[in-house]
Design a protein around this ligand. Structure first.
Ligand SMILES: C[S@@+](CC[C@H](N)C(=O)[O-])C[C@H]1O[C@@H](n2cnc3c(N)ncnc32)[C@H](O)[C@@H]1O
Length: 215
């Protein structure tokens, strides 16, 4: 491994290890923001944003309808959605420096700094779709936040999630996907294992779901 790549792996490991409170997460991502895209895309083969965005765009009946990008980071997901023809994308993230990088992508209608573990400020049913890539994880957003996505997305809308393969079952994401399906809150359209950080050989679990009528 080159020095550059091993330093990038160290930065990834550090965030995965130390981002264990919202405040620590904000600080670590603020520090990482300017080189995040290079680390993830060039050095780690981060293919999850494109795969998830493409999967969502393919099932959206109207790509001009509003989409919420949850934990949007530097905007890799927004950029991928825009490349698929999606034209109305809002982003929310806890890290102002990540949001500053997202702004530079020029694809978001609105970007908001918010700790989503405390809920989102957007109104009920204000989105046709939501997407969350790499933000539902052991240390960041827990499976319970899926319920907040169900509040924000109107019935008939779509939700696209990408969760690290090693955490999907172990940290309750798979069980929560099944619980919400059994309760009739969403209908799971796709659940599959796909490449996530390709260079590192990591896979992710892609979930596509359609929101059902609110209880
Ligand atoms: C691994 S990055 C993924 C960013 C982007 N979705 C992507 O795929 O490149 C995780 C993002 O989630 C954000 N995040 C973590 N915890 C959060 C929280 N409680 N509320 C909002 N955003 C959060 C981080 O700031 C970071 O930008």
């Amino acid at each position: 491994m080159t020095d550059e790549r091993s330093r990038a792996v160290e930065r990834l490991d550090r965030v995965r290890r130390d981002a264990d409170t919202p405040e620590a997460t904000r600080k670590l991502y603020d520090e990482w923001a300017r080189i995040y895209d290079k680390d993830l895309t060039d050095l780690h083969g981060y293919v999850a944003p494109q795969a998830t965005a493409r999967a969502l765009a393919d099932i959206m009946p109207d790509r001009s309808a509003p989409i919420l990008d949850v934990g949007c980071g530097t905007g890799l997901v927004g950029r991928a959605l825009a490349a698929c023809g999606c034209s109305c994308i809002d982003g929310v993230d806890i890290s102002p420096e990540m949001l500053a990088e997202a702004e530079k992508k020029g694809v978001y209608r609105k970007l908001t700094a918010q700790d989503l573990s405390q809920g989102a400020s957007a109104a009920t049913d204000s989105y046709a779709a939501a997407i969350g890539v790499g933000v539902f994880s052991r240390q960041m957003l827990p499976p319970e936040v899926f319920e907040e996505l169900l509040r924000l997305v109107r019935p008939g809308g779509q939700i696209a999630l990408m969760v690290r393969g090693d955490q999907f079952e172990a940290d309750g994401f798979g069980p929560k996907v099944r619980e919400l399906a059994a309760a009739g809150r969403w209908r799971v359209l796709v659940q599959e294992t796909v490449p996530y950080l390709d260079t590192l050989g990591e896979t992710g679990n892609l979930v596509l779901a359609e929101v059902q009528a609110k209880p």
